[in-house]
Design a binder for this molecule. Sequence first.
Ligand code: ZN
Length: 180
Amino acid sequence: MKFYNNKTRIPSAILERFLVAAGRSVGARTGKVVVKVTAGRMRGLASEGFAVYEWHLRNLKSRRRGRRILGRAIDTDGGWFHLSLPVDPSPGDPLTLAESVWNLAQHEWGHIRDYQAGGTRRLTFSRRGGNGRRPDHDSRPEEIRAERYIRESHAAVAAGKKRAADDEILALAVWYEEQL
Ligand SMILES: [Zn+2]
């Protein structure tokens, strides 16, 4: 994983192990995927592509002679994603919060797995229909697949075929608890 930047107070060592484990749990290749993490309301956004410009990662608005400065192109394996994570654990239980972050990370990695498998060229992605609108977010084929990868990972753990990521999730939960 190419941890482009970590703008949260969560230590990078904790986040990196956590995110790599989440990617592996849903069958993504994690080695060259670019990940950006910022602090905020919990949400994620995955994008398909073999390279990402620094501009996307930094969200620089600077322009030179009327052109956006794109910065360097960083290669990635299929895509990149941005996670926005809460750094304030209250209200709620740190373990529940760490588990929700895990679920979100698995979901974004699920999209990356699809991009690595050929993405929009090979798999079914939702398109605008005759009414010009895409289906509701949750019923899009790519969202249904990402959720299926998560269910399959839980089933594999339950069947003893995959290791549970208890240590990685607990490490994040402990960090959240320390912030209370
Ligand atoms: Zn999604």
